[in-house]
Design a protein around this ligand. Structure first.
Ligand SMILES: [Mg+2]
Length: 742
């Protein structure tokens, strides 16, 4: 219970029972807990994707639990909410605790001096009022409020002071002292203070939980990339076998559209493969005999056979899974602002209570009961109800504003954490760029017309699903050209296409295709090189055996990307670009955007280590990405941000999702986070300073001279007032919306 990571680990074995979908269930059992705790359910996928080093993971888990006793959340409520079923159950539990506390606290308050003296309520007292209050308070403190007591226990065991320690101190001091005072025959008790504190803080926790967007499992999404079965050729026969049963050396057959089950080497046929998984690049890669294929990527065009070389835990995908899991488990939860404030307030509360008791015992003449009464007043006033609302109200308003601007912030700690980001690493393809190519240039030889060659090229490309072909067709369509029909069409594997359109023979493809067909393209070489140096992909066109021109396509930069980088510079935040793409293309895009630091040709495994490298430089790092290859880096970063059009894996690994896929939304999230943190600080200030000033009065400093003491009903009123101020102040966060509009 004491840390989100710890709880995550401990609570997961029960989770599959709450699911109905057997496929997800299987995946989930392995995804979070490995094969050890749930062998029957996870065995199949364990074999299929390989075993993840659980021992290592558990080491990290324990370490995190030790160091971060409260898991960055408050007390015993620090459950992992990454599973929607757990998230819903937790929210219901919190709501029930709050409602029970509320229903019981109302009569407690009415029986208290507050009800009697202020509201003039006179409820029947078949037994003495303090006995009624005691009976009603017991379930509030020991059921509803038990999460604070247990949370405090774990925090203290981890040698930490946090919010739950503060709340438990206030509640238990008020409750315990009331019992002592009752035994001593005093009719002045603090039960209503204990009950109100529990109720207010539970309300805050419940609100904060409601604003969370429980997410699904990143690892489960990763497993979905592997097909459940594959076609293996054994003894000359095609067999449909479970992916888990493929062994190294098996010959696997792939048809167009098949997901590739394991890593291997092509032994016959040729095709193009979508390897976005590995490279993050959406352009298919041509594969022929001898080329390597990677499990989880998608076979696009041809039928090929390949020999399995790596299966199970050795595959590239299994290694991504392991990296994501390791990064998630070793990530220390950020210290929440409220917990930082609570550290000091615990010391203050306990310290002033002890001091008050000693001072009254030594110098006072009211005896033990009076000393205890003043001491408890001091402790209780230092644990203000408003403190329980100070940050949850700001979180609830902040995440609501974010959602209205299509920014999904998954939890409260993230909303706080974005504000302190110093470095933003941005993936190139799909993040800063659209992720799919579009037509950028039409170059013509003399005697040829640009619109004409584009029209003919589009006709030749219409039948093809290749992204480059679609870019050309879309380019022609957007220029309002009417595209004729090709009468014959033949694709030349790896090099381009040959087609007949309106009686003309068209060749469209790379320099190799032109050379094979003996078409002179020297006059276009210079332009082709120049386009390539700017990160564009040039394609040659020949009509009836003569070079006619060039079409260039490129993955275009998102419209707001440049301004986003500019705003980061203005805010003093370092922007770094990271890409699996080649250095030349990466640097072309970076210089166009004004990004100085570039990591290019980065493999999936390296992405996370670059994030870690920047973290070792002492920076708080946000990673923005869209691909499977970004997942380990998103998990490693202090804040992972996914693009809405990205892969499920990225979206589920990230803490923030930009639903509009607009890079400028990263900056909006930053603005909002800063405003929220500012509001939290104000609220914590309101909640504590106000009460700190009341401590001396509660401690009875004015009593000997003036006979003034802070009556319990007055302190209850003061606390309610500060709670209202805090709540109203949080709602004022909405004023930040004007800044987000631009
Ligand atoms: Mg990408």
């Amino acid at each position: 219970m004491n840390s989100s990571k710890h709880t995550h680990h401990a609570s997961t074995p029960n989770t599959p029972d709450s699911r109905s979908d057997p496929a997800t269930l299987q995946n989930h059992a392995l995804a979070t807990d490995g094969h050890i705790q749930n062998p029957d359910k996870s065995m199949e996928h364990t074999k299929q994707i390989g075993t993840v080093p659980t021992a290592d993971v558990e080491h990290h888990v324990d370490h995190a639990a030790m160091e971060h006793g409260s898991g960055g959340h408050h007390g015993g409520m620090s459950h992992d909410m990454s599973d929607p079923a757990i998230a819903a159950a937790m929210e219901n539990d919190m709501r029930n605790r709050f409602l029970v506390a509320l229903v019981l606290t109302i009569p407690i308050v009415l029986y208290s001096p507050l009800g009697r003296n202020f509201f003039g309520v006179n409820l029947p007292t078949p037994i003495p009022a303090e006995w009624i209050m005691l009976l009603l308070t017991i379930p509030v403190v020991f059921w509803s409020g038990w999460i604070f007591v247990s949370g405090a226990y774990y925090a203290l065991r981890a040698r930490m002071l946090d919010m739950s320690v503060l709340i438990a101190t206030g509640v238990l001091a008020a409750f315990g002292a009331s019992i002592v005072l009752m035994i001593a025959g005093n009719d002045e008790v603090f039960f209503e203070a204990a009950a109100m504190l529990v109720t207010f803080v539970l309300f805050g926790h419940w609100m904060e939980m409601k604003s969370r967007k429980g997410t699904t499992d990143a690892l489960r999404a990763l497993f979905d990339l592997v097909p459940p079965t594959a076609t293996v050729i054994r003894d000359g026969k095609e067999l449909d076998v479970p992916t888990a049963d493929i062994r190294a050396g098996d010959v696997v057959m792939l048809r167009p559209g098949d997901k590739i089950p394991v890593d291997g080497e092509v032994i016959s046929g040729s095709t193009s493969v979508d390897e976005a998984l590995v490279t993050g690049e959406s352009l298919p890669v041509d594969k022929a005999t001898g080329d390597e294929v990677v499990g989880g990527s998608i076979n696009r065009s041809g039928t090929v056979t390949f020999r399995a070389t790596k299966v199970g835990a050795d595959t590239a995908l299994a290694q991504i899974v392991a990296m994501v899991q390791q990064a998630q488990n070793s990530k220390a939860p950020g210290q929440r602002l409220a917990d930082t404030a609570a550290q000091y307030l615990v010391v203050l509360a306990v310290g002033s209570g002890i001091l008050t008791f000693i001072a009254w015992s030594v110098f006072g003449d009211g005896g033990f009961v009076m000393a205890l009464t003043f001491a408890i007043s001091a402790v209780v006033i230092a644990c203000p109800d408003a403190l329980g609302l100070a940050t949850p109200t700001a979180v609830a308003v902040g995440t609501g504003i974010a959602a209205r601007h299509n920014i999904l912030i998954k939890d409260a700690a993230t909303l706080e954490g974005v504000a302190s980001i110093q470095t933003v690493i941005l993936d190139k393809t799909g993040t800063l760029t659209e992720g799919k190519p579009s037509l950028t240039d039409v170059v013509t030889e003399p005697r040829f017309d640009g619109a004409e060659i584009l029209r003919l090229a589009a006709a030749a490309e219409t039948g093809s699903e290749h992204p480059l072909s679609r870019a050309i067709v879309a380019g022609a369509t957007s220029r309002n050209l009417s595209i004729p029909e090709a009468t014959s069409f033949q694709s030349v594997a790896g090099h381009g296409i040959e087609a007949t359109v309106e009686g003309k023979v068209l060749l469209l493809g790379n320099a190799k295709l032109m050379a094979d067909q003996r078409i002179a393209i020297e006059s276009l070489d210079g332009r082709a090189d120049e386009l390539a140096s700017r990160g564009r992909t040039p394609m040659f066109i020949a009509i009836d055996g003569k070079a006619a021109g060039l079409l260039a396509v490129a993955d275009t930069i998102r419209p707001s990307a440049r301004e986003t980088i500019q705003r980061f510079h203005e805010a003093g935040i370092e922007a770094v670009m990271m890409s699996g793409d080649n250095r030349r293309t990466a640097e072309a895009v970076a210089s166009e955007l004004g990004i100085e630091r570039v990591f290019a040709e980065v493999l999936p495994g390296q992405k996370a280590s670059y994030v870690a490298q920047l973290q070792r430089e002492g920076k708080r790092v946000a990673m923005v990405g869209d691909g499977v290859n970004d997942a380990p880096a998103l998990a490693q970063a202090d804040i992972g941000i996914a693009i809405g059009t990205g892969t499920d894996v990225a979206i589920e690994t990230a803490n923030v999702v930009l639903m509009r896929s607009d890079p400028l939304d990263i900056h909006r999230a930053l603005t909002l986070s800063k405003a929220t943190v500012r509001k939290m600080k104000q609220n914590l200030g309101w909640a504590s300073v106000y009460n700190i000033l009341a401590i001396p009065i509660a401690a009875g400093i004015l009593y000997p001279e003036f006979g003034i003491e802070l009556r319990p009903e007055w302190s209850a009123l003061l606390m309610s007032l500060s709670s209202i101020i805090v709540a109203i102040n949080a709602v004022l966060l909405k004023r930040v919306e004007s800044k987000l509009a631009t």
